[in-house]
Design a protein around this ligand. Structure first.
Ligand SMILES: Nc1ncnc2c1ncn2[C@@H]1O[C@H](COP(=O)(O)OP(=O)(O)O)[C@@H](O)[C@H]1O
Ligand SMILES: [Mg+2]
Length: 249
């Protein structure tokens, strides 16, 4: 009985933070209607950013600026800290030093402020065990035209045409290919209409031709800036960016 009590106490202490997070998420009310135009900005400034985890320095002294509509590629080898950098920008992590500001607005470590500015194309997108439609819109309301536009731009027309929007994608999107999951993530980011798109190896799961097509969509659109991180990308795609920064240098 004593070991059982300890076991239960352990379970309570480990599930409580999870439950707190769930409650916070359930109580979250989005302040912006989806039909509103996206925010605008002049310049994003990342200054002397550093991040450590378990006393290990992951990033140090990272500084760069990005202007509205600009397309920037950040290159670095695997394990360098690219995903960490994007999470810092999106306010999902708090840096150990440095700042992230947009115009006069300090966003450092502030997810709530950051998320109106940043769309995020995740390296490992989260899929809900629900319909294709739900996974695209995440339960928000969009006009038919907006939805069809995002489906087309993300290269999902064939899938939607063949399976329909009510198609159940299964647990972890098991009824879809890796490339289709990635394209759903890209469609979500187009629908979200944020002025800066963070792309984490956005097309690494796709074949060359599709990767090129999607880059053409993301990089030819002046409505948003793109900050993409990658460790490998074709020469042709590299040329579509305004600027390439090699983080390891
Ligand atoms: N939550 C974490 N706990 C411990 N180490 C981490 C964590 N997140 C990232 N790291 C470490 O930080 C480094 C950078 O990771 P990451 O940003 O994912 O690199 P990249 O995206 O460039 O491949 C890696 O060495 C990784 O092991
Ligand atoms: Mg990564």
């Amino acid at each position: 009985p004593i070991t059982m009590i300890f076991d239960q106490l352990n379970q309570i202490s480990s599930t409580k933070p999870i439950w707190n997070k769930v409650e916070q998420a359930l109580n979250f009310k989005e302040s912006k209607a989806t039909s509103e135009p996206s925010l605008t900005f002049n310049e994003l400034e990342v200054k002397d950013l550093a991040y450590s985890i378990n006393n290990k320095k992951v990033l140090n002294n990272v500084s760069f600026k990005v202007k509205a509509g600009e397309k920037v590629l950040l290159m670095a080898p695997s394990g360098f800290g690219k995903t960490t950098l994007l999470k810092l920008l999106a306010g999902q992590l708090t840096p150990s030093a440095g700042s992230i500001t947009i115009d006069q607005n300090n966003l450092t470590g502030n997810w709530l402020k950051s998320h109106d500015y940043f769309g995020y194309i995740n390296q490992k997108p989260f899929m809900f065990d629900r319909s294709l439609l739900f996974n695209l819109t995440l339960g928000k309301k969009y006009s038919e035209a907006e939805l069809q536009n995002a489906i087309k731009l993300a290269g999902l027309y064939e899938l939607v045409n063949e399976k329909g929007l009510d198609y159940q994608i299964g647990q972890n999107g098991n009824n879809l290919s890796g490339g289709q999951i990635q394209r759903i993530e890209i469609a979500r980011s187009i629908l979200a209409k944020r002025p800066i798109l963070l792309a984490d190896e956005a097309t690494s799961a796709l074949d060359n031709e599709l990767s090129l097509q999607i880059h053409q969509v993301l990089l030819k659109n002046s409505n948003f800036a793109v900050i993409e991180v990658a460790h490998k990308i074709s020469h042709q795609e590299k040329e579509m960016f305004d600027r390439i920064i090699d983080l390891s240098k």
